[in-house]
Design a protein around this ligand. Structure first.
Ligand code: KG4
Ligand code: ZN
Length: 365
């Protein structure tokens, strides 16, 4: 008789309050019984970015209803749970604390074990939840706050090959949209405008592509967009729709080129150890970009590597990934106790030096 485990996941590290319930029987696939996400975009939109204090308060206010909703949709009660997993970092400290304190309360009240999950591990393990991918696999995490290549060797062992040394790609998309007067979040707006644009008209920089490592830099791109925009405005008094489309197309082409070139290097490093079933998985909101996704798919086809892109709702911040990462640890007998603390910074791979400047804003991961 296979044992069934039911786990609650809680996520509150940035601007999404989320709760989810997962069930797994024996070694079968984990089933998402519910995944509730309450975003806070409206609360922050007037400020041009996530305001940590507003986020923390909103998490504290919403977390109970969010958990109640996730239990109700899953048709389970607190008594049915075997463990409680919560994001314990990295992220905005006020939000992480709201989640950790709530999870501790639930753990103390129910007597169920508490598991503090690394948010980045949640993203990195998602391909196992959605596609049952086996270790070791290569994962590219591209979001509004993070950009890194990781080889996932085990649920608690990651090798970081490199990442951005300044802005994350999502941040660059958002800033570019702001410079061009397009709506937030910038990724989808820039992608839409780029469809009618000529990617060759503005030749934007491809930073660090002359280096043979996996590190990237995206902050210079927005400066290049700013200069190109100001030059057109000075010459013609304003931007036409076509100018905007061409700038977006040029920007998207530059980001895609950098990501593809660095993924090529990361794949070479990953394939050196001849994994039996080579996989490149993507996670994070930028993975929704069709141009970037298609370019990565082509690269994988060329290298005979399976490309895995989880559905967007599981690529962006959610609690199902936290519950799943918790489940992997619970099954390995690795749980925390009530001394668990919130960690604003928590690199997945501590053997590598910190990526200078990366995650500086402590925002989305
Ligand atoms: O993973 P996510 O929801 O939040 C975190 O950063 O954790 O990612 C949000 C980021 C935003 O910066 C957004 O502009 C970007 O993902 N994004 C996109 C697209 N959709 C969302 N970037 C490029 N193309 C898209 N289609
Ligand atoms: Zn995230």
């Amino acid at each position: 008789m296979h044992e069934t485990h039911i786990i609650l996941g809680i996520e509150s590290s940035c601007d999404d309050t989320a709760a989810a319930v997962l069930r797994q029987t024996g070694d079968g696939p984990a089933e998402i019984l519910s995944s509730v996400v309450h975003g806070q975009t409206d609360l922050h939109s007037a400020y041009g970015g996530v305001v940590p204090e507003i986020a923390a308060r909103a998490h504290a206010e919403k977390i109970d209803t969010c958990i109640r909703e996730s239990l109700s949709v899953a048709s389970v009660t607190l008594d049915d749970l075997h463990a409680i997993a919560v994001t314990a970092g990295p992220g905005l400290i006020g939000g992480v604390m709201a989640g950790v304190m709530c999870a501790k309360g639930l753990s103390a009240a129910t007597g169920r074990p508490l598991i503090g999950v690394n948010h980045l591990a949640g993203h990195a393990l998602t391909p196992r939840l959605t596609d049952g991918v086996s270790f070791p696999y290569l994962v590219l995490l591209v979001s509004g706050g993070h950009c890194q290549f990781l080889i996932a060797h085990a649920a608690d062992r990651f090798d970081r090959l490199g990442g951005t040394i300044d802005d994350a790609p999502g941040e660059a998309f958002d800033k570019t949209a702001r410079l061009l007067g397009l709506a937030q979040p910038g990724g989808p707006s820039v992608e839409r405008e780029a469809e009618a644009g000529d990617p060759e008209r503005f030749r934007l920089p491809r930073p660090l592509t002359d280096r043979a490592d996996c590190n990237m830099s995206f902050s210079g791109l927005k400066t290049a967009i700013l200069r190109a925009r100001d030059k057109i405005v000075a010459e013609k008094g304003g931007l036409t729709r076509q100018d905007r489309a061409d700038l977006c197309a040029g920007f998207q082409a530059a980001i895609t080129d950098v990501i593809v070139l660095k993924t090529r290097i990361a794949l070479t490093l990953y394939l050196q150890n001849a994994p039996a079933e080579p996989v490149l998985a993507v996670a994070g909101g930028v993975a929704a970009n069709k141009t970037i996704r298609a370019a990565l798919e082509r690269l994988c086809a060329e290298r005979d590597v399976t490309f895995v892109a989880p559905p967007l709702s599981l690529c962006t911040d959610n609690a199902a990934m936290i519950a799943y990462a918790g489940l992997e640890r619970f099954r390995a007998g690795d749980v925390d106790d009530l001394s668990l603390t919130a960690r604003p910074r928590w690199p997945l791979d501590t053997s590598r030096p910190a990526l200078l400047g990366s995650g500086r804003k402590g925002a989305k991961a």
